[in-house]
Design a protein around this ligand. Structure first.
Ligand code: ZN
Length: 156
């Protein structure tokens, strides 16, 4: 278990150091801004959605390692998905982190690296910020979301 945790931490640190798709998407047709006031994480997600499919996705922003790594991994994962598939992935990711005692990471693959933050409710907001922002971006033209209205209970 300790080895696995170390591997997870390495993956998060690596994505934090060299985030993927870290840029403004010039031809984006949707975007959303997310803010996590508890930690000070701020990010913008840019999407190019065509015929209900995410053709391209990128992000910019500043924040802690977890928020940045989560956004980076999100962009690599949702590119090419339909908007419905991306929303389902959001639900799964959210359930893994906020679903009480059942830490189900089925189908999440590498995103399961964030399961370790369940023990730290404040960190859950860092890990889910990019996903809330993505969901808002899929809703419409330009959205601003904050993690403030959501509260998490520590995993037991
Ligand atoms: Zn954070």
């Amino acid at each position: 278990m300790a080895e696995l945790r170390e591997l997870y931490q390495e993956m998060i640190m690596e994505h934090n150091k060299s985030p993927r798709n870290f840029k403004v998407l010039a031809n984006a047709n949707r975007s959303a801004e997310g803010f996590n006031p508890l930690c000070g994480d701020r990010l913008t997600i840019y999407l190019r959605v065509e015929s209900d499919r995410i053709e391209d996705v990128a992000f910019q922003g500043s924040g802690c390692a977890i928020s940045k790594a989560s956004a980076s991994m999100l962009t690599t994962r949702v590119k090419g998905l339909t908007t419905v598939e991306a929303r389902q992935l959001f639900e799964r990711f959210h359930r893994m982190l906020a679903g009480g005692s059942s830490a189900d990471s089925t189908g999440l693959e590498k995103l399961a690296v964030f399961s370790g933050v369940r023990q730290f409710p404040v960190r859950v907001k860092c890990a889910t910020l990019a996903w809330h922002t993505l969901r808002a971006g899929l809703e419409g033209a330009h959205q601003v979301v904050t993690t403030e209205e959501e509260s998490y209970e520590p995993a037991s």
